[in-house]
Design a protein around this ligand. Structure first.
Ligand SMILES: NC(=O)c1ccc[n+]([C@@H]2O[C@H](COP(=O)([O-])OP(=O)(O)OC[C@H]3O[C@@H](n4cnc5c(N)ncnc54)[C@H](O)[C@@H]3O)[C@@H](O)[C@H]2O)c1
Length: 381
C-alpha cells in the first residue's frame, strides 16, 4: 500500500526528525527503536511497510529541510553521520514540501491545500494519503456557530472572515479530497462537529490529539498504579522546562493554556477525581529540544498516612515524537484501507487527550491498539 505522509509543519523539529528517521530506516542505517508498530505485538502485514511511505508537506518557513536536519544534528537530536549519508534524499524530500498556500477566502485556501494533496497523491501514485499536523500549537479558537454544522461552515468559509484555525482548515481540505488526518498537536484540528460530519461524508478517519511522549506518558503509567492500590493522590504538580521552536511558542500564554489543559486531563480520567495541582511549561532557550520535567506527587495511604513521590524526566522531544508520527501514519492509512471513517479511538495509546477514548491507562490503551491491529484485514496474529 503506497502511502503518502503529508506533514503540516514539514521543516519543524518533529517533522524533520521523522523524515531523517524514515530515510535512515529505509536505507537500513538505523534500528526502529521507538517505533511501536515494529514491536512483535503490533508488527503486521496490514500496515504499509516503511519502504512504501512517501513524505512531503506544507511549511511556512523557507529554511531548507537539509539546514534544519543539520541544526538538529548539531543539537544532538539526530546523528550527524545520518544527515551526511542522507544529504541527497533530504533534498529530494524537500522538493515535496510546499509553501502553505493562501487565497482571499478560507474556502479558496482550502481548495489550494486540497489541490496540493491531490497533486502529491497522483505524482507518487499513492493509494493512501495521511495528513499529519506537526505544526506550531495554536491557541484555542473562539467557538462559532459555523463549527457545529457543515452547511453553515461551508457558507462561512466562502465569506471574508476567517472561521477555522489553520489546523482545522487543513483537516477540512484533507477530508474534501479523501485524505485522513492525524493531529499530533493540542490544536483544534478535526475536533469540530462540522468536520466530523465532513469526514463521515467522505468516508475518512481521523485521530488525535497531542502526542504523548514525556511527562504525560509517565503519568498514564503511574496514575493507574495509585488507583489500583486504592492510594489517594492528593496533589500532582509538574513543571516542564523546554527550549526549541515548540518551547518558544508554548511560552505564549494562549498556546500554553491549550497544552497544559491537555496534560492534566489524564489524571482526572484515570483516577476518577482531579487531584490538586497544575502543570507548568517554561521556556529555557539553552536546553533546545531536550526537555526536563519534574513532578511532585503527594498521596495518602492506610489510615491517612501521608507520602510523596517525585520523578524527573529528561527526554529529547523530537526523538520521542518522530517514530510515533510514522506509526500513526501507517496505522491510520491501514484503518482507512479497511473502510474505517470518523474518529479512531483505538489510537488513544499515542495521545495525551485522545478523541473518544475509552481508556486512559497505557496498558489498557496498548491492548486496545493491539486488538485493533489484529482485527485489520490481513493483520491477524
Ligand atoms: N515533540 C514532542 O514530543 C511533541 C509532543 C506532543 C506534541 N507536539 C507538538 O508537535 C508540534 C511540533 O513540535 P516541534 O517541536 O516540531 O515544533 P517546531 O516549532 O520545531 O515546528 C513547527 C513547524 O510548523 C511550522 N508551521 C507553523 N504554522 C504552520 C502552518 N500553518 N502551516 C504549515 N507549517 C506551519 C513552523 O514554521 C515550524 O517549522 C507542536 O505543536 C508540539 O506542541 C510535540
Amino acid at each position: 500500500m503506497r502511502t503518502g505522509v503529508w506533514l503540516i509543519g514539514a521543516r519543524g523539529s518533529v517533522a524533520a526528525t521523522s523524515i531523517v528517521g524514515w530515510l535512515a530506516l529505509r536505507a537500513g542505517l538505523a534500528e526502529p527503536t521507538g517505533c511501536v508498530t515494529e514491536l512483535p505485538g503490533l508488527r503486521s502485514p496490514a500496515l504499509p511497510a516503511l519502504g512504501e511511505l512517501v513524505l512531503g508537506g506544507h511549511e511556512i518557513t523557507e529554511t531548507p529541510l537539509l539546514k534544519k536536519a543539520e541544526a538538529l544534528a548539531a543539537a544532538g537530536v539526530v546523528p550527524a553521520r545520518l544527515v551526511d549519508a542522507l544529504h541527497d534524499e533530504l533534498v529530494t524530500v524537500d522538493g515535496d514540501v510546499r509553501p502553505l498556500p493562501a487565497a482571499d477566502t478560507q474556502a479558496g485556501t482550502a481548495a489550494l491545500i486540497a489541490a496540493d494533496l491531490a497533486d502529491f497523491r497522483s505524482r507518487h501514485a499513492l493509494d493512501e494519503v495521511v495528513v499529519v499536523n506537526v505544526s506550531t500549537t495554536e491557541p484555542a479558537p473562539a467557538p462559532l456557530p459555523a463549527h457545529a454544522d457543515l452547511a453553515a461552515l461551508e457558507e462561512a468559509l466562502a465569506g471574508p472572515d476567517p472561521v477555522l484555525p489553520p489546523s482545522s482548515l487543513a483537516a477540512y481540505a484533507a477530508f474534501t479530497v479523501g485524505c485522513s488526518y492525524v493531529d499530533f498537536t493540542p490544536s483544534t484540528g478535526a475536533r469540530l462537529p462540522a468536520l466530523h460530519e465532513l469526514a463521515v461524508r467522505h468516508g475518512v478517519p481521523y485521530a488525535g490529539h497531542d502526542g504523548k511522549t514525556g511527562e504525560t506518558l509517565v503519568k498514564s503509567v503511574l496514575a493507574p498504579m495509585f488507583a489500583l492500590r486504592n492510594l489517594r493522590v492528593r496533589t500532582w504538580s509538574g513543571i516542564n522546562l523546554l527550549g526549541g521552536g515548540d518551547g518558544a511558542n508554548l511560552a505564549e500564554p494562549a498556546a500554553n493554556a491549550a497544552k497544559t489543559a491537555s496534560k492534566q486531563r489524564v489524571l482526572g480520567e484515570t483516577l476518577g477525581y482531579q487531584p490538586q495541582g497544575t502543570t507548568r511549561i517554561e521556556y529555557v532557550d539553552d536546553i533546545g529540544d531536550f526537555k526536563t520535567a519534574w513532578d511532585l506527587i503527594t498521596f495518602s495511604g492506610f489510615l491517612g498516612t501521608a507520602m510523596r513521590m517525585e520523578f524527573t524526566w529528561h527526554g529529547c522531544d523530537s526523538a520521542l515524537a518522530a517514530p510515533l508520527v510514522l506509526d500513526l501514519a501507517r496505522l491510520t492509512a491501514a484503518a482507512h484501507a479497511a473502510g474505517r471513517h470518523g474518529p479512531l479511538p483505538e489510537l488513544g495509546f499515542f495521545f495525551k487527550d485522545p478523541i473518544d477514548a475509552t481508556a486512559h491507562s497505557l496498558d489498557e490503551q496498548w491492548r486496545i491498539l493491539a486488538d485493533f491491529v489484529g482485527s485489520l484485514p490481513g493483520g491477524e496474529h
